[in-house]
Design a protein around this ligand. Structure first.
Ligand code: NAD
Length: 456
């Protein structure tokens, strides 16, 4: 089946239909309409998958995608235009421009944590740029995967966009094909597998991966607000957010105030009986749920630690000063568990942060401008926020992505269009003049060549 779909998409792309901007726009509008019709059904599917609260489904999945769609519909025409550049004197007479063109078939592989948004958002960029696409959502969010498949079936013929549902075997089968672009969101481990498969065909990739995101709170920070914002950003989606703060590095003089603030806010958000709150999601996969529980063994807890195996509920949990070699400080936590580590002197920070490769996100709470600047410059990470967490994802004019171990490439808004486009450079020469300098026999003075500098 995969081979047939791939052949059908190749054939469709070859018709040049997707190069018509009107065609792209027409389908983006159809997708928008269907998404508006199905928004509640999408929220229901997310709830069925991991009790995702409706507010969070709207705010972090459907409305983000709708905003991205609206922006693409409004701008696809101007994005798709060729961009004239200043002509080189050496080419005189000429016109020179950059012409964006689609790559062809795009494969989008997505994870379970924001299963709707992380499948649809890349699709919008791929379509705006004129590609066809095959989507492979995660097998661990099966209800969302089904509704995505239903929406796509309703809007697109399969030779244009289609969904292939399933797990690792299906993903492996898809990766065995030749793609013109692969967009993968998921773990760094699987990202490396995808990159290897892509390399066989020299297929360009975007890899949206993971990292261990530090969150520094210094002595000068507005602690009450910091505690509130950190508790919010850590606990939306029950901590299953790739850019959630992973661990806190807090100055010892303000640790107590921060911990008290975190506890107070957790109870403020979800009440005393957090399990009964409708505003707190569950852990999506049983494997990950077990891993998270295991991380808590032997740890000193400042808050939480309760769980319920019946529906994979894990209480928001604050861990006090974990050992550097404990599992919780080995890799990404990816759940509602927040390790809190105190420091006394700024020089200690580097020891922690440098233990991990490039994080996907980086957070600093401080009112010391020099410190903020120093931290933002010193470390290499995907993106970050000063005095808040997570919100750098919300601006479509900021490219979202990782660096090094946390990924390759950035998207959203116009950056998505550019990501899914090859930018062709074209020179159109005039024929009424032909300066003879470049032709043999080379009688021109070598000094003149040095002055001209660039021949090609
Ligand atoms: P994952 O890497 O296990 O799976 C992602 C996708 O890859 C799924 O569709 C899965 O079916 C497929 N897959 C899994 N194993 C495969 C294999 N061996 N070969 C081919 N395909 C395979 O990730 P996950 O557990 O679904 O998601 C959680 C991870 O994703 C976390 O590490 C998180 O940080 C990361 N993430 C990153 C971003 C980002 O934007 N950078 C966003 C969300 C999640």
């Amino acid at each position: 089946m995969v081979k047939q779909l791939v052949a059908a998409q190749n054939e469709f792309f070859a018709t040049q239909k997707t190069k018509e901007v009107a065609h792209r726009k027409q389908y983006l509008i159809k997708l928008q309409q269907e998404m508006l019709d199905q928004e509640d059904a999408v929220c229901d599917a997310l709830y069925a998958d991991f009790k995702k609260p409706k507010f969070e489904s709207l705010a972090t999945e459907t409305q983000l995608v709708l905003a991205e769609l609206k922006h693409a519909i409004k701008n696809v025409k101007s994005w798709s235009k060729s961009n004239r550049v200043g002509a080189s004197l050496l080419n005189f007479p000429s016109k020179e421009w950059i012409q964006p063109e689609p790559y062809g078939k795009v494969l989008v592989i997505s994870p379970w944590n924001y299963p709707f948004m992380l499948t649809m958002s890349p699709l919008i960029g791929a379509l705006a740029a004129g590609n066809t696409a095959i989507l492979k959502p995660s097998e661990f969010s099966p209800n969302t995967s089904k509704i995505i498949a239903r929406i796509i079936r309703k809007v697109f013929p399969p030779e244009y966009v289609t969904v292939v549902e399933g797990g690792v075997e299906v993903s492996t089968e898809l990766l065995a094909e030749k793609w013109e672009y692969i967009f993968f969101t998921g773990s760094t481990r699987v990202g490396k597998i995808v990159y290897k498969k892509a390399a066989e065909h020299l297929t360009p990739v975007t890899l949206e991966l993971s990292g261990k995101n530090p969150c520094i709170v210094d002595e000068t920070a507005a602690i009450t607000l910091a505690a509130k914002r950190i508790a919010w950003g850590k606990l939306i989606n029950a901590g299953q957010t790739c850019i959630a703060p992973d661990y806190i590095l807090v100055h010892k003089n303000v640790k107590r105030a921060l911990v008290d603030g975190l506890k107070a806010n957790i109870n403020q958000f979800y009440g005393e009986n957090i399990e009964a709150s409708n505003d707190f999601a569950r852990i999506t996969t049983s494997k990950h749920y077990e891993e998270l529980k295991a991380m808590l063994k032997g740890q000193n807890l400042l808050f939480g630690g309760n769980y319920n195996d019946d529906d994979q509920y894990l209480e928001p949990t604050l861990v006090d000063e974990p050992q550097e070699d404990s599992t919780i400080m080995e890799g990404e936590v990816f759940g509602p568990i927040l390790p809190i580590i105190s420091y006394e002197d700024e020089s200690e920070l580097d020891e922690y942060i440098s233990r991990f490769p490039n994080s996907l996100a980086f957070y600093v709470f401080s009112n010391n401008k020099k410190f903020q600047k120093r931290m933002m410059r010193q470390y290499s990470f995907g993106g970050g926020t000063i005095n808040d967490v997570v919100v750098h994802i919300s601006n479509k004019d900021l490219p979202f992505g990782g660096v090094g171990q946390s990924g390759i490439g950035g998207y959203h808004g116009k950056y998505s269009f550019d990501l899914f486009s090859h930018h062709k450079s074209i020179v159109k020469r005039g024929t009424w003049l032909d300066v003879p300098l470049r032709y043999a026999p080379y009688n021109i003075s070598l000094n003149l060549i040095r002055k001209i500098k660039y021949f090609f």
